[in-house]
Design a protein around this ligand. Structure first.
Ligand code: BGC
Ligand code: BGC
Length: 870
C-alpha cells in the first residue's frame, strides 16, 4: 500500500491558521454586539470552604490596608459611568487599539503578545517602545471634556528578561533557574527584568509562571521552575519580590519596579499527557497540594496580579471556576489585587465566545485579555448589557474596577513620571554590563553535569577544541521560546545584539589559556582537534507548539539523530566528546550519554552563552575555573516514555533523580552503559498509558457533523452553501453525501463539526479501531492512484491512506463498507487526540460515490478492508 506524504503544520502555519480562524470568528462577531444573555446566576451558590493545610490559611498580605487609597478609589468610582468602568476591565493588544480608543472607551490596560512589537515593526528600538507607551499613557491621562484621567497600564511577557526587546538581557528560562537553587539570584534576575521593562514604559510583567510541570511532554515545561511545589514556591516568591520590590520596604513598587503576575491559576502544569491548555484531574486537596504552594509564596510576597489558566480542572475551565477564584483566592486567601484572563481564553469556557463571557466575570476575572477588535468592543457592549439585564451585578463590576484601580494606585501610576520621562532616567540599563553579568552567573549556576569520564572536563589549557552542532553558534537554540518572537524560532543571530554564543564564549575562554576553539556545525575539520564539544539541541518552541504529542516520545531528535551522528563521528576518530544539551526539559538521551565522555544539561541559557565556558574551561593551571553547581529540578527519564515522572511517584525509578548533579570533586565511577532500547513504545508514549476502552462512535448530523467541500488550498464551503467547488460537486443523501469529481482538479469532501473541534481518537487507535464508511460507487473506478481517505486534526495536520487500488476492484452500484485500520493512518499521523475531521475523501481524478454512516469501530483492525496491524 502506498502512503501519500502528509501535510504537517509548522508552528507558523498553525499560528496563521489561528489568526485566520480568529478572523472568521471576528467576522461573525461583527454582527451587532448584543449580549446573548443566557440565564446566568449573578449570585454565587454557597459552597463549603476550600480545605487548606493549616499553614496555608495564614497568608499574610504584606501590603497593609490603606484607607486613604481606598478613599481615592471610592472617589474615582463615583465619577465613572458603567461604560467607563467596563472600559477599565478590558485589555486589547497594542495593534488592535489606538490611543484615541483608549481615551474614548476608558480602556484600563493594553498588552503586547509574544513577539508583538510597536507599529508591527520587528526592528522596534527601545525608543519606539517608549514613544508608543507615551502615546497610550497621555491618551489615558486626558481630562478633556471632564474625563477622569486613569493611567492605562501596559502588560508584557518578560519571562526571562525583557525578551521581546532587541538588545535586552535574556537569562535562562525558569527550568534552569530551578537548577541553580539560588533564590537570591532569582530575585536579582527579576529585578533586572523590572528595570529593563520599566525603561521602555511598561509597568506590568506577566511573570513568573508558577506552573509545577508534572509531565515533561508539556510545551511549557521550561517555564516551570520545578516539578517540586516547594522549589516553585521558593523561587516564585523571590521572582515576585524582584519584580515588585520587597513589600514593606521603600522599594516596593517604586521606580524601576513593575507589577508581577502569578500565572496560570491553577493547575496548568498538571494536565493529562502534558497537553497545553488541557485537563487537570484529581481531588481538590491533591490539586492544591501540588499547584497552590507557588501562589501562597507569591501572595506572601505581595503579588498584585494573578492570571487564570487555559487549563481546566475536573471539567471546569479555570476562567469559570468561582470556587477557586472568588472563594479560595480572593476570599479565603485574601487576595486583593486583580485577576486577568489569558489570551482569548474566555472563548474556551463552555457557552462563552471571544467577546461574551459573563461566567468569567462572575467567577472572579477582573480584567479581560481580549486582544483583538472588534471582539473587545463587543465584549464591552455585552458586559454593559449584561449588567443592565442583571446577569452581572453592579457590585461585581465595582469590585473588579476597584481592584484594577487599587493595583494602579499601589503601583503609583497616577503620580509616576510618564514613560518618556522615566526612559531618560533609565538610560543605559538595557543589556547593561551588570545585567549581562548576572545572567551569565545564572548560566554558570544552572549547568547540571550528568556525566564526566576520562577527565575530559574541565577543558585543559592549550586545548584545540572543535565546537559542533547547530546550537553551538545559533542563538535561538540557547534562548528558546519567548525570545524576540513568541516561538523564538528563525531569529537570526544579529537580532540579539550584545549576545554571546556558546562557541564565542568557549573561544574566548580557551584563548585566555593558550588554546583555541573552531566552530563547524557539521563537525568538519582540517587538523584533528584535541576535543569536540557537541551542542545538542531541541528546536525552540512556546506553548502548545512545544507539546510532545501523541505518538512521539521524549527521545531527543528522534528521527534525525543529527547530534548523535556527530558524537559517533568524533568518537570513531578517537576524539573525546563533551556533549552539551540545550533543551526545555529532560529528554531521553541514553545513546548520547553512553557515547559522550562528558554530558552537561545546559537548558536554555539565554543570551549569555559565556556562562557555559566559565564552568567547562579550566584555569591556566588546569584546575576548574568554576565548579558545577546545578542540580536537577526535574527527574530525568530512563526510558523514552517515562513520563509523567516525578520524585513523589510511588515507584520512582528515574535515570537521574531530582537533585542530581555532579561536581568536579565527585568521584568518577566507571560508566555503566544505559539501555538504548526503544521497544517500550509502539506508536509513542500515550498508548503505553492506560487508555479507556474505545466505544463505537458515529458522526451524525444530529451531533453537529456536516459535510464540507475543500480545495487543497483550504478554501472551503459547507454543503448547504453551494453544491460545487472546483472539480467537486456534492448533494446530500440520507446520513451522508453524494459526491462527484470531474477529474479537472483536486478537491476533498470532508466531515467537520462547528461545535466540537477536537475528538480524542487515541483510545480507538489503541483498541484496534477502524474508520468505517458505507460506500456506493456510482461509476467504475479505473486503475491508478489519486483517491485518498484522510483524517484531520487541528489545525493543518492530516493522515492519509490511498484507497484507489481498493476502489478500482469494487463493483459499481453496490453499497459496501470501506473500513480502514486506524494504524494505517498512524504511519503518517501523530495527532490522534485532536481529530476534528474524522473523514475526508480526496480525489484528483474523475470519481462518483455516495458516502454514508461514517463511524469509528473498535476491535476490527485485523478484518478491515485495509489493514496495517500485525
Ligand atoms: C501571542 C502570544 C500568545 C499566544 C496565545 C500569540 O498570538 O503573540 O503572546 O501567548 O498568541 O495563543
Ligand atoms: C500565555 C500567557 C501570556 C499571554 C500573553 C498566553 O498565550 O498563556 O502566559 O501571558 O499569552 O501573551
Amino acid at each position: 500500500m502506498a502512503f501519500a506524504p502528509i501535510a504537517f503544520a509548522s508552528p507558523k502555519q498553525s499560528f496563521k491558521y489561528r489568526l485566520l480562524s480568529a478572523a472568521v470568528l471576528l467576522g461573525l462577531a461583527a454582527i451587532p454586539a448584543v449580549a446573548k444573555a443566557p440565564p446566568h446566576a449573578a449570585v454565587e451558590p454557597k459552597t463549603s470552604p476550600v480545605l487548606l493545610p493549616a499553614e496555608w490559611n495564614r497568608v499574610v498580605n504584606p501590603v497593609p490596608a490603606n484607607p486613604a487609597l481606598e478613599a481615592k478609589i471610592n472617589e474615582i468610582l463615583t465619577k465613572l459611568s458603567l461604560e467607563q468602568k467596563v472600559g477599565q476591565m478590558i485589555q486589547p493588544h497594542i495593534g488592535a487599539v489606538t490611543p484615541e480608543e483608549v481615551k474614548a472607551y476608558n480602556i484600563g490596560s493594553i498588552l503586547n503578545g509574544g513577539g508583538q512589537n510597536p507599529n508591527d515593526n520587528p526592528n522596534s528600538t527601545a525608543q519606539d517602545w517608549v514613544q508608543l507607551a507615551e502615546r497610550f499613557y497621555q491618551a489615558s491621562m486626558s481630562s478633556e471634556n471632564g474625563r477622569t484621567p486613569i493611567p492605562v497600564i501596559w502588560g508584557i511577557d518578560a519571562v526571562h528578561g525583557h525578551n521581546n526587546l532587541l538588545g535586552a538581557t535574556l537569562f535562562p528560562h525558569n527550568i534552569a533557574l530551578g537548577a541553580t537553587r539560588n533564590p537570591a539570584l532569582v530575585k536579582s534576575l527579576a529585578a533586572l527584568t523590572a528595570a529593563e521593562v520599566y525603561a521602555t514604559g511598561q509597568d506590568w510583567d506577566f511573570a513568573p509562571t508558577l506552573a509545577v510541570a508534572q509531565d515533561d511532554r508539556w510545551g511549557r515545561t521550561y517555564e516551570s521552575f520545578s516539578e517540586d511545589p516547594s522549589l516553585v514556591a521558593q523561587l516564585g516568591g523571590k521572582f515576585v519580590e524582584g519584580l515588585q520590590g520587597t513589600a514593606g520596604t521603600k522599594e516596593f513598587l517604586a521606580a524601576k519596579k513593575v507589577l508581577a503576575t502569578a500565572k496560570h491559576f491553577i493547575g496548568d502544569g498538571g494536565t493529562q499527557y502534558g497537553d497545553d491548555q488541557g485537563y487537570t484531574a484529581g481531588e481538590e486537596q491533591a490539586l492544591l497540594r501540588t499547584h497552590l504552594p507557588g501562589y501562597i509564596a507569591a501572595l506572601n510576597a505581595g503579588v498584585q496580579t494573578v492570571m487564570a489558566s487555559y487549563s481546566s480542572w475536573n471539567g471546569v475551565h479555570s476562567h469559570a471556576n468561582a470556587r477557586l477564584m472568588n472563594q479560595l483566592l480572593k476570599g479565603q486567601l485574601g487576595f486583593d489585587g486583580l485577576i486577568v484572563s489569558d489570551w482569548q481564553a474566555i472563548s474556551h469556557v463552555p457557552g462563552c465566545a471571544l467577546d461574551n463571557c459573563p461566567e468569567a466575570v462572575n467567577a472572579g476575572v477582573d480584567l479581560f485579555m481580549i486582544p483583538n477588535a472588534p471582539e473587545w468592543k463587543n465584549f464591552h457592549a455585552n458586559v454593559v448589557a449584561q449588567v443592565k439585564a442583571g446577569v452581572i451585578s453592579q457590585a461585581r463590576i465595582d469590585d473588579a474596577v476597584r481592584r484594577i484601580l487599587r493595583v494602579k494606585l499601589r503601583q503609583g501610576l497616577f503620580s509616576a513620571p510618564s514613560p518618556l520621562q522615566r526612559a531618560a532616567a533609565s538610560a543605559g540599563v538595557i543589556g547593561s554590563k551588570e545585567h549581562r553579568a548576572l545572567a551569565r552567573q545564572a548560566v554558570r549556576e544552572s549547568l547540571v553535569l550528568l556525566k564526566n569520564t576520562q577527565g575530559v572536563l574541565p577543558i585543559k589549557p592549550k586545548s584545540k577544541v572543535l565546537v559542533a552542532g547547530l546550537g553551538g553558534n545559533t542563538l535561538v537554540h540557547q534562548t528558546g521560546g519567548w525570545s524576540v518572537t513568541w516561538q523564538g524560532k528563525d531569529v537570526p543571530n544579529d537580532k540579539f545584539p550584545g549576545a554571546t554564543s556558546i562557541f564565542a564564549g568557549l573561544a574566548d575562554a580557551l584563548k585566555a589559556i593558550g588554546g583555541e576553539a573552531q566552530y563547524s556545525e557539521q563537525g568538519t575539520f582540517t587538523s584533528k582537534p584535541d576535543l569536540a564539544v557537541v551542542v545538542l539541541s531541541e528546536e525552540p518552541y512556546a506553548e502548545i507548539q512545544g507539546d510532545i504529542q501523541n505518538l512521539a516520545t521524549l527521545e531527543l531528535d528522534g528521527t534525525h539523530k543529527s547530534g548523535l551522528k556527530l558524537i559517533q563521528a568524533f568518537k570513531s576518530q578517537g576524539i573525546p566528546v563533551v556533549a552539551v544539551l540545550l533543551s526545555g526539559r529532560p529528554l531521553w538521551v541514553n545513546k548520547e550519554l553512553n557515547l559522550a565522555d562528558a554530558f552537561v544539561a545546559a537548558w536554555q541559557p539565554g543570551t549569555e552563552g559565556a556562562g557555559v565556558a566559565d564552568v567547562l574551561v579550566a584555569k591556566i593551571d588546569g584546575t576548574p575555573n568554576a565548579d558545577f553547581n546545578g542540580r536537577l529540578s526535574f527527574s530525568w527519564p530512563a526510558t523514552p516514555c517515562q513520563t509523567p515522572l516525578n520524585k513523589t511517584d510511588a515507584d520512582y525509578k528515574p535515570l537521574f533523580a531530582f537533585d542530581y548533579g555532579l561536581r568536579y570533586s565527585s568521584s568518577l565511577t566507571p560508566w555503566q552503559p544505559l539501555s538504548e532500547s526503544t521497544s517500550e513504545y509502539a506508536y509513542g508514549c500515550r498508548l503505553k498509558n492506560q487508555l479507556p476502552v474505545a466505544k463505537r462512535m458515529e458522526f451524525t448530523a444530529k451531533d453537529g457533523w456536516d459535510w464540507k467541500l475543500e480545495l487543497p488550498s483550504f478554501q472551503g464551503s459547507w454543503l448547504g452553501e453551494g453544491a460545487s467547488l472546483g472539480a467537486l460537486t456534492v448533494k446530500p443523501i440520507k446520513d451522508g453525501v453524494s459526491a462527484s469529481w470531474d477529474g479537472k482538479g483536486e478537491a476533498r469532501v470532508m466531515l467537520r463539526n462547528k461545535n466540537t473541534p477536537r475528538h480524542d481518537m487515541l483510545a480507538a487507535l489503541a483498541n484496534q479501531g477502524v474508520l468505517a464508511v458505507d460506500v456506493k460507487l456510482l461509476s467504475p473506478v479505473s486503475a491508478g492512484p489519486g483517491i485518498d481517505v484522510k483524517i484531520w486534526s487541528s489545525p493543518l495536520t492530516s493522515g492519509t491512506v490511498d484507497v484507489s487500488k481498493l476502489l478500482a476492484a469494487w463493483p459499481q452500484g453496490k453499497t459496501q463498507t470501506l473500513s480502514i485500520d486506524l494504524a494505517c493512518f498512524a504511519k503518517s499521523f501523530t495527532d490522534f487526540s485532536k481529530v476534528d475531521g474524522p473523514i475526508a475523501l480526496q480525489a484528483k481524478r474523475a470519481l462518483a460515490v455516495e458516502l454514508s454512516n461514517v463511524r469509528y469501530e473498535p476491535g476490527q483492525a485485523k478484518t478491515a478492508s485495509i489493514s496495517c496491524s500485525q
